[in-house]
Ligand binder design. Structure first.
Ligand code: NDP
Length: 352
């Protein structure tokens, strides 16, 4: 199959003009992982930001952070609405609280293309009289904040879905600059491209990679020659492999090999072909087709409608996989404890 080699448009700080946001009020709707990070960044970039949130503990965090916090419906008085609610409830909240409060030329921003790309299934249909844009960070909330503070920035996918005002692109780029992504690189995509790539990583690349990892452990443990502590540290617990991924991003897939020993380089280069099984790209293409056709989005909507927690039985089954108990023992023997739950830290602390 031919490779797509046409470059995307990538935007940096120099491409954006913050003055297009002069006098605009921004409402961050949902003060969770992304909401808190993006609200703090936008405010530190000089924008006037209010929060729309339900009455919960995150409302208290937003108040302690010094924001004016309103109900979601009231916050829609702002000119620009950043929808940073969980994807599963966005359509319901949009239709109930946001839609009745929209007026001409307001701007609605999403942090993923999912609900718009699959709008026939999700039921989120923005009216024609507003601008609809997307800043989809390739970064968790803590990273969105930390890389803003450090000045490094983070990658994101950005796009305009609907340009009613004629200025949607300039507004999008200014918001992208204020939130800190044009410092690193904001890559232009459609909402569909963003949603498909995101789902592909979650349900094709991730599980395929996980399968390689688990099979490696299985083969080594079944051999009976190697202690589980050594096997698990070798394969993933040392963090050496994740360090290698960072090196790939920085130096390139081939060039980073120079940081490894000649034995390592020779072994992986000369034996790589053994595992190039043609069934893998075929299976991956099948997974991608299910995403593109909306088959997955329909399945996910159906599962959520059932009302029962869909994750519990899946997680229970995962916990029953071979060697998960062994992993638990290995972690105890190696005295591995998570340092802290970064997500909780980020949501609960009241000052940086
Ligand atoms: P969170 O799960 O952190 O929740 C966001 C906020 O929504 C919280 O304040 C939460 O409050 C509130 N909320 C939850 N349920 C309701 C409800 N029924 N009514 C009103 N408010 C509610 O979301 P994320 O920050 O993870 O995700 C936000 C968006 O960012 C999504 O579109 C996601 O796809 C996107 N995104 C997320 C990334 C990430 O790293 N998490 C990365 C890139 C994009 P409470 O907790 O009290 O329920």
């Amino acid at each position: 199959m031919p490779l797509n080699e046409s470059s995307a448009q990538v935007y940096f700080d120099k491409d954006a003009d913050l003055s297009v946001l002069d006098g605009k009020l921004v409402a961050v709707i949902g003060y969770g992982n992304q909401g808190r990070a993006q609200a703090l960044n936008l405010r530190d970039s000089g924008l006037k930001v209010i929060i729309g949130n339900i009455e919960d503990e995150y409302r208290e965090v937003a108040l302690k952070d010094g924001f004016e916090v309103l109900s979601i419906a009231e916050a829609c008085k702002a000119d620009i609405l950043m929808i940073l609610l969980p994807d599963e409830i966005q359509a319901e909240i949009f239709n109930k609280d946001i839609l009745p409060n929209l007026s001409e030329n307001k701007v609605v921003d999403f942090a993923t293309g999912y609900n718009i790309a699959f709008r026939d299934i999700t039921g989120l249909n923005p009216p024609a009289f507003i601008d609809v844009v997307m800043i989809a960070p390739r970064m968790i909330g803590i990273g969105v904040r930390d890389t803003y503070v450090s000045g490094e920035g983070f990658f994101s996918f950005v796009g305009v879905w609907q340009d009613h005002s004629g200025s949607a692109k300039q507004i999008l780029l200014a918001l992208a600059k204020a939130v800190g992504t044009t410092k690193r690189g904001a890559i232009e995509t459609t909402f569909e491209q963003e949603a498909h790539l995101d789902l592909f990583t979650e349900q094709v690349f991730g599980p395929a990679f996980g399968n390689v990892l688990r099979n490696s452990i299985k083969v080594l443990l079944e051999e009976g020659l190697y202690p589980p502590e050594a096997v698990m540290v070798e394969i993933y617990m040392s963090g050496e492999f994740s360090y290698g991924l960072k090196e790939m991003a920085e130096f390139g897939i081939v060039e980073q090999m120079d940081h490894h020993s000649p034995t390592s380089q020779y072994g992986s280069l000369s034996h790589g072909a053994t595992f190039m099984d043609e069934r893998l790209p075929e299976l991956m293409r099948k997974g991608l087709k299910e995403i593109q056709s909306g088959k997955f989005a329909r399945e996910w909507a159906r599962v959520q409608r059932r009302g029962k927690d869909p994750l519990k039985p899946l997680k229970d089954a995962a916990r029953n996989m071979p060697f998960i108990q062994t992993e638990k023992k290995v972690r105890e023997n190696l005295k591995i404890k998570p340092k802290k739950d970064e997500f909780k830290r980020f949501r609960r602390i009241t000052s940086e």
